[in-house]
Write a protein that binds this ligand. Structure first.
Ligand code: GDP
Length: 339
Protein backbone atom coordinates (compact mmCIF):
# COMPACT_ATOMS: atom_id res chain seq x y z
CA UNK A 1 0.00 0.00 0.00
CA UNK A 2 1.43 3.34 -1.00
CA UNK A 3 0.45 5.84 1.66
CA UNK A 4 2.29 9.09 1.22
CA UNK A 5 1.78 11.15 4.26
CA UNK A 6 3.00 14.57 5.12
CA UNK A 7 3.76 14.84 8.78
CA UNK A 8 3.25 18.59 8.72
CA UNK A 9 4.84 20.40 11.57
CA UNK A 10 6.34 17.19 12.89
CA UNK A 11 9.83 18.55 13.28
CA UNK A 12 8.90 21.67 15.21
CA UNK A 13 6.36 19.79 17.31
CA UNK A 14 8.90 17.11 18.14
CA UNK A 15 11.38 19.75 19.17
CA UNK A 16 8.83 21.60 21.29
CA UNK A 17 7.82 18.37 23.05
CA UNK A 18 11.45 17.43 23.70
CA UNK A 19 12.15 20.86 25.17
CA UNK A 20 9.12 20.81 27.45
CA UNK A 21 9.59 17.21 28.64
CA UNK A 22 12.10 17.72 31.47
CA UNK A 23 9.45 19.60 33.44
CA UNK A 24 6.62 17.20 32.65
CA UNK A 25 5.44 14.57 35.15
CA UNK A 26 2.97 12.59 33.04
CA UNK A 27 2.61 12.25 29.27
CA UNK A 28 -0.97 11.75 28.15
CA UNK A 29 -1.37 10.17 24.75
CA UNK A 30 -4.78 10.35 23.16
CA UNK A 31 -5.38 7.22 21.07
CA UNK A 32 -8.23 6.20 18.81
CA UNK A 33 -10.07 3.38 20.60
CA UNK A 34 -10.78 1.73 17.24
CA UNK A 35 -7.05 1.44 16.53
CA UNK A 36 -5.10 1.91 19.76
CA UNK A 37 -1.93 0.36 18.37
CA UNK A 38 -1.96 2.06 14.97
CA UNK A 39 -2.76 5.49 16.44
CA UNK A 40 0.09 5.34 18.96
CA UNK A 41 3.00 7.49 17.86
CA UNK A 42 6.31 5.58 17.86
CA UNK A 43 8.17 8.89 17.76
CA UNK A 44 6.44 9.98 20.95
CA UNK A 45 7.20 6.61 22.58
CA UNK A 46 10.86 7.17 21.77
CA UNK A 47 10.85 10.74 23.05
CA UNK A 48 9.02 9.99 26.29
CA UNK A 49 10.43 6.56 27.20
CA UNK A 50 10.46 6.09 30.97
CA UNK A 51 7.97 8.89 31.74
CA UNK A 52 4.76 7.99 33.55
CA UNK A 53 2.10 7.64 30.86
CA UNK A 54 -1.67 7.98 30.67
CA UNK A 55 -3.18 6.40 27.56
CA UNK A 56 -6.64 7.69 26.72
CA UNK A 57 -8.69 5.56 24.33
CA UNK A 58 -10.91 8.21 22.77
CA UNK A 59 -13.98 7.68 20.56
CA UNK A 60 -14.90 4.64 22.62
CA UNK A 61 -18.48 5.20 21.47
CA UNK A 62 -17.36 3.99 18.02
CA UNK A 63 -15.19 1.08 19.26
CA UNK A 64 -16.01 -2.51 20.19
CA UNK A 65 -16.46 -2.44 23.99
CA UNK A 66 -15.00 -5.93 24.52
CA UNK A 67 -11.83 -5.02 22.61
CA UNK A 68 -11.59 -1.68 24.40
CA UNK A 69 -11.51 -3.64 27.68
CA UNK A 70 -8.79 -5.85 26.24
CA UNK A 71 -6.72 -2.85 25.16
CA UNK A 72 -7.11 -1.10 28.50
CA UNK A 73 -5.81 -4.17 30.32
CA UNK A 74 -2.97 -4.50 27.83
CA UNK A 75 -1.88 -0.88 28.24
CA UNK A 76 -2.28 -0.87 32.00
CA UNK A 77 0.04 -3.86 32.27
CA UNK A 78 2.91 -1.64 31.07
CA UNK A 79 5.07 -0.20 33.83
CA UNK A 80 4.19 3.35 34.87
CA UNK A 81 1.09 3.38 32.70
CA UNK A 82 -2.58 4.08 33.33
CA UNK A 83 -5.29 3.79 30.68
CA UNK A 84 -8.83 5.13 30.41
CA UNK A 85 -11.50 4.98 27.73
CA UNK A 86 -13.62 8.02 27.00
CA UNK A 87 -15.66 9.77 24.34
CA UNK A 88 -16.81 13.23 23.42
CA UNK A 89 -20.19 12.72 25.08
CA UNK A 90 -18.59 12.59 28.52
CA UNK A 91 -19.46 16.01 29.92
CA UNK A 92 -16.74 16.32 32.53
CA UNK A 93 -13.82 13.96 31.93
CA UNK A 94 -11.41 16.16 33.91
CA UNK A 95 -11.86 14.46 37.26
CA UNK A 96 -11.10 10.97 35.90
CA UNK A 97 -8.13 12.27 33.96
CA UNK A 98 -6.74 14.19 36.93
CA UNK A 99 -7.19 11.22 39.29
CA UNK A 100 -5.40 8.86 36.88
CA UNK A 101 -2.47 11.27 36.53
CA UNK A 102 -2.22 11.87 40.27
CA UNK A 103 -2.10 8.12 40.85
CA UNK A 104 0.91 7.92 38.53
CA UNK A 105 2.90 10.57 40.41
CA UNK A 106 1.87 10.36 44.08
CA UNK A 107 4.87 12.44 45.13
CA UNK A 108 3.55 15.49 43.32
CA UNK A 109 0.62 17.78 44.05
CA UNK A 110 -0.02 20.91 46.06
CA UNK A 111 1.03 24.44 45.16
CA UNK A 112 4.76 23.84 45.55
CA UNK A 113 4.88 20.75 43.35
CA UNK A 114 1.92 20.97 40.95
CA UNK A 115 1.30 18.00 38.68
CA UNK A 116 2.43 18.97 35.18
CA UNK A 117 1.10 16.90 32.31
CA UNK A 118 1.42 17.12 28.56
CA UNK A 119 -1.23 15.90 26.13
CA UNK A 120 -0.25 14.49 22.73
CA UNK A 121 -2.03 12.70 19.91
CA UNK A 122 -2.19 12.23 16.17
CA UNK A 123 -4.29 14.68 14.12
CA UNK A 124 -8.04 14.11 14.24
CA UNK A 125 -7.97 11.84 17.27
CA UNK A 126 -10.20 14.28 19.16
CA UNK A 127 -7.71 16.33 21.14
CA UNK A 128 -9.39 19.71 20.55
CA UNK A 129 -12.76 18.23 21.47
CA UNK A 130 -11.34 16.78 24.68
CA UNK A 131 -9.52 19.95 25.62
CA UNK A 132 -12.62 22.00 25.02
CA UNK A 133 -14.62 19.77 27.33
CA UNK A 134 -11.80 19.85 29.90
CA UNK A 135 -11.92 23.62 29.78
CA UNK A 136 -15.68 23.77 30.04
CA UNK A 137 -17.10 26.96 28.58
CA UNK A 138 -13.92 28.93 29.02
CA UNK A 139 -12.33 28.70 25.61
CA UNK A 140 -12.43 26.84 22.34
CA UNK A 141 -8.98 27.21 20.94
CA UNK A 142 -8.68 25.07 17.81
CA UNK A 143 -6.93 25.29 14.48
CA UNK A 144 -3.70 24.42 12.76
CA UNK A 145 -1.24 26.80 14.29
CA UNK A 146 2.45 26.09 14.09
CA UNK A 147 3.77 23.87 16.83
CA UNK A 148 5.41 26.35 19.16
CA UNK A 149 2.41 28.61 19.62
CA UNK A 150 0.04 25.81 20.49
CA UNK A 151 2.54 23.97 22.64
CA UNK A 152 2.60 26.99 24.87
CA UNK A 153 -1.07 26.60 25.61
CA UNK A 154 -1.24 25.80 29.29
CA UNK A 155 -4.45 24.97 31.06
CA UNK A 156 -4.88 24.83 34.84
CA UNK A 157 -7.32 21.97 35.43
CA UNK A 158 -6.98 22.40 39.17
CA UNK A 159 -5.00 24.79 41.32
CA UNK A 160 -2.13 22.28 41.39
CA UNK A 161 -2.66 20.54 38.05
CA UNK A 162 -1.31 21.99 34.79
CA UNK A 163 -1.98 20.60 31.34
CA UNK A 164 0.24 21.53 28.38
CA UNK A 165 -1.28 21.06 24.95
CA UNK A 166 0.73 20.01 21.88
CA UNK A 167 -0.28 20.02 18.19
CA UNK A 168 -1.27 16.77 16.49
CA UNK A 169 1.86 14.93 15.44
CA UNK A 170 2.51 12.06 13.05
CA UNK A 171 5.81 10.29 12.48
CA UNK A 172 8.22 10.27 9.55
CA UNK A 173 7.29 7.08 7.76
CA UNK A 174 5.03 4.10 7.93
CA UNK A 175 6.77 1.01 9.23
CA UNK A 176 3.64 -1.05 9.95
CA UNK A 177 1.59 -1.18 6.72
CA UNK A 178 -1.57 -2.41 8.47
CA UNK A 179 -1.22 0.49 10.87
CA UNK A 180 -1.07 2.91 7.93
CA UNK A 181 -4.23 1.39 6.47
CA UNK A 182 -6.07 1.65 9.77
CA UNK A 183 -4.97 5.25 10.24
CA UNK A 184 -6.12 6.13 6.75
CA UNK A 185 -9.47 4.39 7.26
CA UNK A 186 -10.08 6.22 10.53
CA UNK A 187 -9.23 9.69 9.20
CA UNK A 188 -5.88 10.12 10.93
CA UNK A 189 -4.09 10.79 7.63
CA UNK A 190 -5.17 13.42 5.11
CA UNK A 191 -7.14 12.09 2.14
CA UNK A 192 -4.62 13.07 -0.48
CA UNK A 193 -2.07 10.76 1.06
CA UNK A 194 -3.69 7.45 0.15
CA UNK A 195 -5.79 5.63 -2.39
CA UNK A 196 -9.42 5.27 -1.26
CA UNK A 197 -9.96 1.98 -3.10
CA UNK A 198 -6.90 0.34 -1.54
CA UNK A 199 -7.78 1.61 1.92
CA UNK A 200 -11.43 0.57 1.63
CA UNK A 201 -10.50 -2.93 0.45
CA UNK A 202 -8.03 -3.30 3.32
CA UNK A 203 -10.67 -2.00 5.73
CA UNK A 204 -13.34 -4.41 4.54
CA UNK A 205 -10.89 -7.30 4.65
CA UNK A 206 -9.90 -6.38 8.19
CA UNK A 207 -13.45 -5.93 9.44
CA UNK A 208 -14.94 -8.96 7.79
CA UNK A 209 -13.57 -11.77 10.02
CA UNK A 210 -14.87 -10.22 13.25
CA UNK A 211 -17.85 -8.26 12.02
CA UNK A 212 -18.89 -9.91 8.73
CA UNK A 213 -22.49 -10.14 9.97
CA UNK A 214 -22.64 -6.35 10.33
CA UNK A 215 -21.43 -5.87 6.77
CA UNK A 216 -23.93 -8.45 5.56
CA UNK A 217 -26.73 -6.60 7.35
CA UNK A 218 -25.72 -3.16 6.15
CA UNK A 219 -25.21 -4.13 2.52
CA UNK A 220 -27.84 -6.87 2.30
CA UNK A 221 -25.39 -9.67 1.56
CA UNK A 222 -25.92 -13.32 2.29
CA UNK A 223 -22.37 -14.47 2.92
CA UNK A 224 -19.53 -11.99 3.16
CA UNK A 225 -16.97 -14.70 3.98
CA UNK A 226 -17.02 -16.14 0.46
CA UNK A 227 -16.68 -12.84 -1.43
CA UNK A 228 -13.32 -11.67 -2.79
CA UNK A 229 -12.36 -8.22 -1.40
CA UNK A 230 -13.11 -6.42 -4.64
CA UNK A 231 -16.54 -8.05 -4.91
CA UNK A 232 -17.29 -6.99 -1.36
CA UNK A 233 -16.40 -3.42 -2.22
CA UNK A 234 -18.51 -3.66 -5.38
CA UNK A 235 -21.42 -4.88 -3.27
CA UNK A 236 -21.08 -1.77 -1.09
CA UNK A 237 -21.23 0.37 -4.23
CA UNK A 238 -24.33 -1.41 -5.51
CA UNK A 239 -26.18 -1.09 -2.23
CA UNK A 240 -25.23 2.50 -1.54
CA UNK A 241 -25.74 3.94 -4.99
CA UNK A 242 -22.13 4.05 -6.14
CA UNK A 243 -22.94 3.23 -9.76
CA UNK A 244 -21.75 4.52 -13.10
CA UNK A 245 -24.15 5.20 -15.98
CA UNK A 246 -25.01 1.78 -17.40
CA UNK A 247 -25.05 0.17 -13.97
CA UNK A 248 -21.38 -0.68 -13.51
CA UNK A 249 -20.03 -0.09 -10.01
CA UNK A 250 -17.94 3.03 -9.45
CA UNK A 251 -15.25 1.55 -7.20
CA UNK A 252 -13.94 4.97 -6.18
CA UNK A 253 -17.39 6.01 -5.02
CA UNK A 254 -17.92 2.62 -3.35
CA UNK A 255 -14.63 3.06 -1.48
CA UNK A 256 -15.58 6.53 -0.28
CA UNK A 257 -18.95 5.23 0.90
CA UNK A 258 -17.40 2.26 2.75
CA UNK A 259 -14.88 4.51 4.52
CA UNK A 260 -17.62 7.01 5.33
CA UNK A 261 -19.84 4.25 6.78
CA UNK A 262 -17.00 2.97 8.96
CA UNK A 263 -16.08 6.43 10.25
CA UNK A 264 -19.66 7.24 11.08
CA UNK A 265 -20.35 4.04 12.96
CA UNK A 266 -22.81 2.70 10.37
CA UNK A 267 -21.36 -0.79 10.93
CA UNK A 268 -21.83 -0.53 14.65
CA UNK A 269 -19.01 -0.34 17.15
CA UNK A 270 -15.90 -1.72 15.54
CA UNK A 271 -12.27 -2.06 16.57
CA UNK A 272 -9.74 -2.77 13.83
CA UNK A 273 -7.04 -4.50 15.85
CA UNK A 274 -6.38 -6.47 19.03
CA UNK A 275 -3.16 -6.04 21.02
CA UNK A 276 -1.97 -9.42 19.73
CA UNK A 277 -2.69 -8.58 16.09
CA UNK A 278 -0.97 -5.23 16.32
CA UNK A 279 2.08 -6.81 17.97
CA UNK A 280 2.36 -9.26 15.07
CA UNK A 281 2.03 -6.53 12.43
CA UNK A 282 4.58 -4.45 14.27
CA UNK A 283 7.12 -7.26 14.50
CA UNK A 284 6.74 -8.08 10.79
CA UNK A 285 6.81 -4.39 9.80
CA UNK A 286 9.92 -3.70 11.80
CA UNK A 287 11.69 -6.75 10.39
CA UNK A 288 10.83 -5.72 6.81
CA UNK A 289 11.88 -2.15 7.54
CA UNK A 290 15.23 -3.25 8.94
CA UNK A 291 15.88 -5.15 5.72
CA UNK A 292 14.90 -2.11 3.62
CA UNK A 293 17.15 0.19 5.62
CA UNK A 294 20.06 -2.26 5.36
CA UNK A 295 19.64 -2.39 1.58
CA UNK A 296 19.77 1.43 1.21
CA UNK A 297 23.03 2.88 -0.10
CA UNK A 298 24.83 4.94 2.56
CA UNK A 299 24.20 8.70 2.50
CA UNK A 300 26.86 10.90 1.02
CA UNK A 301 28.08 13.33 3.67
CA UNK A 302 26.08 15.08 6.37
CA UNK A 303 22.87 16.92 5.57
CA UNK A 304 22.90 20.66 5.65
CA UNK A 305 21.27 22.46 8.54
CA UNK A 306 21.41 19.66 11.06
CA UNK A 307 23.13 19.71 14.38
CA UNK A 308 25.59 16.84 14.65
CA UNK A 309 24.27 16.03 18.12
CA UNK A 310 20.77 15.28 16.83
CA UNK A 311 20.15 11.72 15.77
CA UNK A 312 18.77 11.97 12.21
CA UNK A 313 15.23 10.82 11.69
CA UNK A 314 14.83 8.19 9.02
CA UNK A 315 13.62 9.37 5.63
CA UNK A 316 10.02 9.05 4.60
CA UNK A 317 9.34 6.10 2.33
CA UNK A 318 8.52 8.43 -0.53
CA UNK A 319 11.00 11.15 0.24
CA UNK A 320 8.36 13.86 0.70
CA UNK A 321 7.96 13.48 4.42
CA UNK A 322 11.72 13.47 4.72
CA UNK A 323 11.90 16.85 3.06
CA UNK A 324 9.26 18.10 5.38
CA UNK A 325 10.99 16.72 8.40
CA UNK A 326 14.17 18.51 7.44
CA UNK A 327 12.62 21.77 6.44
CA UNK A 328 9.20 21.76 8.09
CA UNK A 329 7.84 22.19 4.61
CA UNK A 330 4.56 23.62 3.54
CA UNK A 331 3.21 20.38 2.13
CA UNK A 332 2.23 19.30 5.58
CA UNK A 333 -0.09 22.13 6.37
CA UNK A 334 -3.59 20.86 6.61
CA UNK A 335 -2.75 17.52 5.04
CA UNK A 336 -2.26 15.30 7.99
CA UNK A 337 -5.17 16.73 9.87
CA UNK A 338 -7.69 16.48 7.08
CA UNK A 339 -9.86 13.56 7.18
P1 GDP B 1 -8.00 16.85 16.85
O1 GDP B 1 -7.48 17.04 15.46
O2 GDP B 1 -7.31 15.76 17.56
O3 GDP B 1 -8.07 18.10 17.64
O4 GDP B 1 -9.49 16.30 16.68
P2 GDP B 1 -10.90 17.04 16.86
O5 GDP B 1 -11.17 17.31 18.30
O6 GDP B 1 -11.00 18.16 15.91
O7 GDP B 1 -11.88 15.84 16.45
C1 GDP B 1 -11.83 15.23 15.17
C2 GDP B 1 -13.20 14.67 14.84
O8 GDP B 1 -13.53 13.60 15.74
C3 GDP B 1 -14.33 15.69 15.01
O9 GDP B 1 -15.25 15.48 13.98
C4 GDP B 1 -14.93 15.34 16.35
O10 GDP B 1 -16.28 15.70 16.43
C5 GDP B 1 -14.77 13.84 16.38
N1 GDP B 1 -14.66 13.31 17.74
C6 GDP B 1 -13.85 13.73 18.72
N2 GDP B 1 -14.00 12.99 19.83
C7 GDP B 1 -14.94 12.06 19.54
C8 GDP B 1 -15.52 10.96 20.27
O11 GDP B 1 -15.19 10.68 21.42
N3 GDP B 1 -16.45 10.23 19.61
C9 GDP B 1 -16.83 10.50 18.32
N4 GDP B 1 -17.75 9.70 17.77
N5 GDP B 1 -16.28 11.49 17.61
C10 GDP B 1 -15.36 12.27 18.21
Amino acid sequence: MAIQWYPGHMHSTRKAIAERLPEIDVVIELLDARLPGSSANPLLAELTAGKPALKLLNKQDLADPALTTLWLAHLQARPGTQALALDASEAAPAQRLIAACRALVPGRGGMVKPVRVMICGIPNVGKSTLINSLMGQRSAKTGDEPGITKTEQRIALASDFLLFDTPGMLWPRIVVPEGGENLAASGGIGRNAYDDVEVAMALLARVRPRYGDRLALRYKLRDTAALPDEDLLAAVGRQRGGLLPGGRVNLQKAAELAIHDFRNGAWGRITLETPGEFAQWQAAGQAADALRQAAKPPRKGPRKGRGAATAPLPDAADGKAGDDEAGDGEAGDGEAGAG
